[in-house]
Structure formats: C-alpha cells, structure tokens
Design a protein around this ligand. Structure first.
Ligand SMILES: Cc1ncc(COP(=O)(O)O)c(C=O)c1O
Length: 398
C-alpha cells in the first residue's frame, strides 16, 4: 500500500510521464491512486490518523507526520487535481471561501484587485467586509470589456479575478485576452472555474495564473462535501510556495475523509458534467420558447452575448442556466416553490437539479433581477425535468 510519503512520486511516474499521457478523463480516476502491487486496494484507503510515528531522527519531511501539514488522502487529491488541470501543484482547502481567502492573503497591504461586477457574492463580501480592513482595495468592473478593465486598473493593481461564466448572469469573459493583458502589466490572474469545471474549460491552457474551485459544487457533485482548491499554473509559479505555507499555517484544510470522498467524486466528474450539460442545453432552448419566460441566460443559446466566445474557449456551455420569468420576485418565488422534482435550494453542481430565486440568496442591493431563477441542472431524465419546469410555470399562474 502506498502510505509512505517517499512513494508519493508513484503517481507522477504513472500519469504525466508515461509514453502516451493519459487524457484528463482517465487521470481523474488513476493519477492520485492506482493499485501497483499484489494486495494493494483498487480504491485508495481512507487514513484518518492525525499523527504518524517518527523515525529515529525525529520528524522528517520525507514521511507523514501531522495531518494539517500533509496526509496521504490530501496528497492523492492534490495530485489528481494537478494532473487533470495541467498545473504545477494543487492546494486544497476546507471550503471554496477558504481557498479564496488564501489567494487574497498572497497579496500585500496596499495592493489593488480587479473583480468582475457579476461574481459569486461571497467573494464580493469577503473582499469588502474583510480584506479592505487589511489594506487591499477593490474595483468591480465588467470583465467582458477589456477597455473597462484597462481603464479601471491602477499603478498598484496586482490581481485580476475572472469568473466565466459568471454567477448568476452567465457573462463570458475572454480568458486569452485578459491573461495577455495581465501578463503585459505583471498582474496575477485567478479564474474561479467552479461553474465551468475542467470538463468544460481549463483556464491554465489560456495562461491564467491560478484556477480556483469551490469543490463543494461539481467536483464533489453530490451535495455532500464542502471543499476548495487552487491549482497553480506556470504563470503563477511565484505564488506556489506562499499558498502552500498559508494552507499549512492557516490550517483551513480539508479532512482526510473529505479528501477521500472528493477523490471518489472525481472519478465520475467527466461523465456527470457532460450529462448535466446535455440536459441543460435542451432545457435552455425550451425555456427560451416558453411564453412565461422573459429571458434566458445560457451561453449555448445564439441569443447570448457571449455565445461565440464561449464556443471558442469552452468545450461546451455548461450546466447552469439563469432565466427571468414574467413578473417579479413574487412570481419567481412561486415558480421555484411549485416544482415537485427540482428542489428549491441554493448551491449547484450536484447530480440532483436545484433552483432558487437568486436575489434572496444574495445581498439586498444586489443587481440581480428580482424575477431571476438560477437553475443547476442535474442528471435526471431531461423530459422529467422539462415536465417539472412546465408544470411549475403553469401552477405559479404566470
Ligand atoms: C463561483 C463560486 N466560488 C466560490 C464559492 C464558495 O465556495 P464554498 O461555498 O465552498 O465556500 C461559491 C459558492 O457558492 C461559488 O459559487
């Protein structure tokens, strides 16, 4: 069994360096753990021990010692993520927000950050309510406009935050153009790829510096694990060590069990997300034709501003849909509460479909339209999902 840290290279030997490198779908199953010797388990063992016995010379970096510093399950998960993203290394956290926090902590007081004006509201809150007090400053810009990004930048700008598709309006930003601009200016680029997943797009292929995940969503995929991850690419090599130090010293690490669960989830990531996206494409087209629906935001629709860009930089448009119903908050809430199959709940990326009246999950001044419903499409049969949506729209009386 591969329990010794000195054996952690086994996976590197087996995946990236083989004569025919495995494709990401295969790496998702085999690069963090693969039975090698007779008697090895085919699935990685969960190792809950928080402490490990020292050698005769005391603590050594060559063996496991204490679970916050490193442990076999975390190393296997980080190896898998590094491998499927094509990065230098992955650093995992106890939640997506702990990962965001660690990335902001890589900056120094006085640094300026450009964030998208449509992004996960938790990142906005963390920036404004926590990090401004610690000397970072932020501007929120339309990341789909290179001109706006350039004109909002300052001498002390250090980081550009990208969310494409954005949450909840599914705006598409040009990763290649933004990373080229950032490289010219010496800014770190971070892509929160939670909505897209590596199945849909790999930001490091566009020279983005770091890819961030709330692995609570699609990577976990079953609405039962909280987690976060940052995969560092070549453009952000200088941040690899500080991020690892923040993980270990800050201690917001995922438990060995959560890492084990996440490894299990990653095995089906590609199969799940492709089916979710297939379902979403069908539902988005039908929603657009429904008389009770005012507007649909889905990058796979020709009517979407970012559809051409999305087709260029992503393999498919994803499994998230936002749509506006006729009326306002009352009507949108009536719709989400009238479904029988799709459960009204926040969060996304699980195999079961969820939807919510988005604005009530955000902050009161949020620009999200009052009549907007955010739908995370699961792997149920698409006809069952469509009947549920049609019925909900009918029973809501709009
Ligand atoms: C795009 C995005 N980034 C980050 C997060 C934060 O992740 P977590 O809830 O795992 O802390 C979320 C959560 O909804 C999200 O949607």
């Amino acid at each position: 069994m591969n329990t010794e840290k000195s054996e952690e290279n086994y996976s590197k030997k087996k995946s990236g360096e083989s004569a025919t490198p495995w494709r990401a779908e295969t790496k998702a199953l085999h690069s963090g753990w693969h039975a090698e010797k007779a008697g090895d388990p085919v699935t990685a063992p969960w190792q809950p021990s928080t402490v490990y016995r020292h050698g005769e010379a005391g603590l050594s970096k060559d063996t496991w010692s204490y679970t916050r510093l490193d442990n076999p399950n975390r190393a296997q998960l980080e190896q898998t993520l590094t491998s499927i993203e094509g990065g230098l290394s992955a650093v995992t956290f106890a939640s997506g927000m702990a990962a965001v926090q660690a990335v902001f902590q890589c900056l120094s007081p006085g640094d300026h950050v450009l964030l998208p004006d449509d992004l996960y509201h938790g990142v906005r809150n963390l920036a404004l309510h926590q990090f401004e007090r610690w000397g970072l400053s932020f501007d929120f810009v339309d990341m789909t406009s290179l001109k706006e990004v350039e004109s909002a930048s300052k001498e002390n700008t250090r980081m550009l935050w990208i969310e494409t598709p954005s949450n909840p309006m599914l705006r598409i930003s040009d990763m290649a153009a933004l990373s080229a601009l950032a490289k010219k200016r010496g800014w770190l680029t971070v892509a929160d790829n939670t909505w897209a997943t590596p199945v849909m797009q790999r930001p490091l292929d566009f020279d983005i510096g770091m890819v961030l995940y709330s692995s609570t969503k699609y990577l976990g995929g079953h609405s039962d694990i909280l987690g976060g991850a940052v995969v560092v690419g070549a453009e952000a090599q200088a941040f690899e060590k500080p991020l690892r130090t923040l993980q270990i010293q800050g201690g917001a690490v995922p438990s060995a069990f959560d890492c084990w669960m996440m490894m299990r989830s990653l095995k089906t990531l590609y199969a799940r997300v492709r089916l979710q996206a297939e379902n979403a494409a069908i539902l988005a087209e039908r929603l657009e034709k429904h008389p009770a629906v005012k507007k649909v935001y889905y990058p796979g629709l020709k009517s979407h501003d970012g559809s051409e860009l999305s087709a260029r930089q992503a393999i498919f448009p994803g499994a998230m849909i936002s749509f506006e119903v006729l009326g306002g908050k009352k009507e949108a809430l009536a719709v989400v509460n009238a479904s029988r199959l799709i459960q009204p709940a926040t969060s996304l990326g699980g195999v079961e479909s969820l939807w919510e009246h988005r604005k009530t999950s955000e902050y009161p001044e949020s620009p999200t339209p009052d009549n907007l419903i955010r739908l995370s499409v699961g792997i149920e049969h698409h006809e069952d999902l469509w009947s549920d949506i049609e019925n909900a729209l009918k029973y809501a009386g709009i």
